[in-house]
Write a protein that binds this ligand. Structure first.
Ligand code: ATP
Length: 262
């Protein structure tokens, strides 16, 4: 299995020996991961595996007990959330966390406050209208009245308006109907080749392995497997690694199992 960023892409972001605790619980244990410039890298795992905790540790929302987090050659382990955002790390949080009483336009404006002069704002607005045409129609609507799929689009669009150099996505498929999940994943794929570097955490393993470059499988806070998406798609033991079961593939309706949609 490939342990490092594929191809010749320069490492933009890495985590080494990350351990994060909540009281006596080790939610994340000795995790190493790397994201190359322009890559889409996934951290996949069932409920409670520690996926969000990795993202929260990166964003300075929770303090790691051990390990280092490096972004663009700089150690950001001890940096607070504001400092991390200022450097260009953008998070699309789980369950979106939109400003529901503000319009779509104002949510996007708030997202743009994180730009700090990076990138071309007009070009990013143009990209948003290309990728998310529905948001153009909804500009003056309150975010709280958007459908689940539209709200997820707005959450991603808001982060893009911050011109992130590294975009973190926390379970963007959560709570969405299957057809909307596919639409949101298509949008994420649409960011490929447009200069975005993406770290996505998801339960939806097989669908994400259709478009990610590489992935790490997280179980009980530890990396159980890693490789290119193609290697993992072809890996017979993915199900057992994912669920921590020995032997044969479990029933597909097991809670947290990767959707067998390939
Ligand atoms: P989910 O898909 O449910 O969000 P996850 O893989 O993102 O799962 P985490 O939310 O990172 O997992 O949780 C990892 C472990 O840490 C779980 O056992 C969870 O109960 C625990 N945990 C998460 N947040 C806290 C907290 N604030 N206080 C105490 N324990 C927590």
């Amino acid at each position: 299995m490939t342990a490092h960023a594929a191809g010749a892409s320069r490492s933009l972001f890495s985590v080494a020996g990350l351990t994060t605790r909540y009281g006596a619980i080790d939610a994340v244990r000795a995790v190493d991961l790397e994201v190359g410039q322009g890559e889409i890298v996934a951290v996949l795992g069932p409920n409670g595996a520690g996926k969000s905790t990795i993202l929260h540790s990166i964003m300075g929302l929770v303090r790691p007990a051990a390990g280092t987090i490096v972004f663009d050659g700089r150690d950001i382990t001890a940096l607070d959330t504001e400092g991390t955002v200022r450097l260009g790390v953008g998070l699309v949080p789980e369950r979106r966390r939109l400003f529901k009483n503000l319009s779509v336009r104002d949510n996007l404006r708030l997202g743009a406050a994180a730009r700090r002069g990076r990138g071309d704002k007009a070009a990013d607005e143009q990209l948003l209208f290309e990728l998310f045409p529905i948001l153009r129609e909804r500009m003056d609507q309150l975010a709280g009245f958007l459908s689940g799929g539209e709200a997820q689009q707005l959450a991603i669009a808001r982060a893009i308006m911050g011109a992130p150099r590294l975009l973190l996505l926390d379970e963007p498929s959560l709570g969405l109907a299957p057809i909307l999940v596919e639409a949101v994943f298509n949008l994420i794929q649409g960011l490929r080749g447009r200069g975005y570097t993406i770290l996505i955490v998801e339960q939806n393993a097989y669908q994400v392995l259709e478009f990610a470059d590489r992935a790490y499988i997280l179980r009980n806070g530890r990396i159980a497997m890693q490789g290119t998406a193609q290697e993992l798609r072809e890996e017979d033991s993915l199900f057992s690694a994912y669920l921590g079961l020995g032997g044969s593939q479990p029933a597909c309706d097991t809670a947290g199992a990767p959707a067998p949609g390939r």
